[in-house]
Design a protein around this ligand. Structure first.
Ligand SMILES: [Zn+2]
Ligand SMILES: [Zn+2]
Length: 196
């Protein structure tokens, strides 16, 4: 009764109780309307969010429709189920990870090791830094690095001859020998001797 007394005191003319009820009802109408509107917009945005999210995670059309329908039917409950069941990674994340793995694999295959001591060597090393094994030689004409097995330089097309086989001539012994004596000692390889 206190509430109605206050209302009576504030309003200049005395109003009856049906009048108060009417005021409350007229106030409640817009409030309920706003609430309903909020709930409708909220559930719509849940559906839109789910649709966008599932589209970022799978290209399967049936899964996309199922997830969206689930949230449309059960609202927050459906969203909860969707969050449990949705694919863990987005397609962008999967793609990124694949790229990472590929680059890692490429790096691993690119990484070369010494044929003799299996120490890690770079692709532009001429000899192994740990054991002295000959890995590459430079072209006598253009001075670019060539594989030992190459007969022709692919850069300047000059004939560089056949390289000494690693088995016949171990890289360790080659290091201490001057190039001129190695040429004289191997008359079978006149062209390869010229490369120094
Ligand atoms: Zn080595
Ligand atoms: Zn060359």
């Amino acid at each position: 009764m206190n509430f109605s007394l206050v209302l009576l005191a504030t309003s200049p003319k005395a109003s009856s109780s049906p009048d108060i009820m009417g005021t409350i009802q007229s106030l409640l109408g817009p409030i309920i309307g706003c609430l309903v509107m909020f709930l409708v917009i909220f559930s719509l945005s849940l559906i839109i969010w789910t649709f966008r999210d599932i589209r970022a995670r799978t290209q399967d059309f049936v899964s996309q429709i199922l997830a969206t329908v689930l949230v449309a039917l059960f609202n927050v409950g459906g969203l909860f189920i969707y969050l449990i069941l949705r694919p863990r990674q987005t397609l962008a994340e999967i793609y990124e990870r694949q790229l990472e793995e590929e680059s890692l694999l490429a790096e691993m295959t690119e990484r070369q090791t010494c044929t003799n001591c299996h120490a890690r060597v770079e692709s532009d090393f001429q000899v192994c830094p740990s054991c002295g094994q000959k890995l590459k030689r430079s072209c006598p004409k253009c001075e670019r690095l060539l594989e030992l097995r190459w007969t022709y330089c692919p850069y300047c097309a000059s004939n560089v001859g056949s390289a000494p086989m690693p088995g016949n001539m171990p890289g360790i012994s080659m290091q201490g020998v001057p190039p001129s004596s190695s040429l004289q000692g191997n008359p079978s390889m006149p062209v390869s001797g010229n490369r120094y």
